[in-house]
Design a protein around this ligand. Structure first.
Ligand SMILES: [Zn+2]
Ligand SMILES: [Zn+2]
Length: 317
């Protein structure tokens, strides 16, 4: 199973500002000079060894979109602005001539999870898009997003065939190529659903836009079972621990509570996801450092690995 991050920001697209780009370029240039590197062929290797992608480039500015693939199936999780780049990639490959079937699972329909759909190029070709969600009116909501006052091209103008499927929470749905997914209700305004995707013994869980308050860290038993033994959990860590206490009922969580839940559920990898638009790359990097400190002081000896979900990154399970 291959998992790729196409959009990792929460709430609203967050491109780097010109000032932020300039500051990064100057920092890198100064570092290369002070390291005494004079051979241009050594520059990229030096910077890649010393800095993570989000330090030397960016964590990414697009909102939620993740793809999951195995032979015979392409699954898409949410249609935030990141789905535009996924669409271009698919048009260079299987969707360019039409006739390809895709599977799009919606967690919910807040803007940051649907706003990229009108720009998803495979819909302008004769492909088939199977759309899944647990809300009973997803088609109406997507149609509304593309009503004339908001977008000039209505949903029915797409050449692709859209097939809407309403799912039942905690009931498995089969996918092509021998996989399946299970939706599970999460704690979020207007309801949101996570997805546990299973294929050939590998498990990934997509659990964004979900509030787990610090005071509930020993409860949330249903979520722990939903995460149980997963190879990868993509977790809503939009807030710091302090913010998650202040912003009760805002529908998001912190990396620290994610570590507690992942440790209890025997998760192997926890991807910190749905980064707050007000957090620059350096702040997101510090969140990982703090979460790692917490994980090592409280759960030493377990195999849990933490990382920051970064746009363009691929994980093979
Ligand atoms: Zn969101
Ligand atoms: Zn939301």
């Amino acid at each position: 199973m291959q998992v790729k991050f196409w959009g990792v920001r929460g709430s609203i697209p967050t491109p780097l500002s010109p000032g932020e780009v300039e500051a990064k370029v100057i920092t890198m240039a100064e570092d290369v000079v002070s390291a005494g590197i004079t051979d241009p062929n050594e520059v990229a290797g030096y910077l890649r060894r010393k800095y993570s992608m989000l330090q030397r480039a960016t964590v990414g500015g697009n909102t939620t979109c993740v793809s999951v693939e195995w032979p015979g199936a392409t699954i898409i999780l949410d249609a935030g602005s990141g789905i535009r780049l996924l669409g271009e990639s698919l048009m260079d490959g299987p969707c360019g001539n039409g006739g390809t079937e895709l599977h799009l699972l919606f967690s919910h329909t807040h803007w940051d999870h649907i706003q990229g759909l009108p720009f998803f190029a495979p819909l302008f070709q004769r492909n088939i898009l199977n759309i899944y969600g647990c809300h009973d009116d997803i088609e109406k909501r997507l149609r509304y997003q593309q009503s004339y006052d908001y977008f000039p091209i209505p949903l029915e103008s797409f050449l692709a065939e859209l097939k809407f499927n309403q799912c039942v929470p905690d009931k498995a749905v089969d996918l092509p190529g021998g996989g399946r997914f299970i939706p599970h209700k999460l704690n979020h305004p207007g309801d949101c659903y996570g997805y546990r995707i299973e294929h050939e013994g590998k498990v990934m869980v997509f659990a964004t836009d979900s509030e787990h308050s610090p005071k509930d860290r020993n409860d949330d038993h249903d979520v722990v079972e939903f995460f149980r033994d997963a190879d990868l959990v993509i977790f809503d860590s939009q807030y710091t621990l302090e913010e998650s206490i202040i912003k009760e009922d805002w529908g998001h969580s912190s990396a620290i509570v994610g570590v507690d839940l992942a440790a209890r559920a025997n998760v192997k990898q926890l991807a910190l996801f749905h980064h707050d638009p007000s957090y620059p790359d350096s702040f997101v990097h510090n969140l990982l450092m703090k979460a790692n400190t917490y994980r090592h002081s409280n759960y030493n000896g377990i195999p849990l690995k933490l990382f920051i979900a970064t746009e363009g990154e691929t994980i093979t399970l």
